[in-house]
Design a protein. Structure first.
Length: 80
């Protein structure tokens, strides 16, 4: 599966579950429940890329959407 698709899945899950904060493992298990071919490596790579791009906040334990990601979700009317 392409990286962009993983990034979208990861960001969507984090936004849908906000304000809950997940660990990378918890997030990987959620994404894997939706996509059987999912792997924790792909989720970790997506988290790194989204953090680098300023869309996720990661304190090495918990993930949360950035303020910019939350605002974008508000402007587009939510994620599905």
């Amino acid at each position: 599966m392409r990286t962009r698709s993983w990034n979208g899945r990861v960001l969507t899950q984090v936004l849908v579950l906000h304000p809950a904060q997940l660990t990378i493992l918890e997030l990987a298990l959620r994404v894997e429940a939706d996509r059987q071919e999912a792997g924790q490596d792909a989720v970790e790579r997506a988290v790194r890329e989204l953090s680098r791009d300023g869309l996720l906040s990661c304190d090495c334990r918990r993930l949360a959407p950035s303020r910019a990601a939350i605002r974008f979700e508000e402007l587009v009317g939510g994620v599905s």
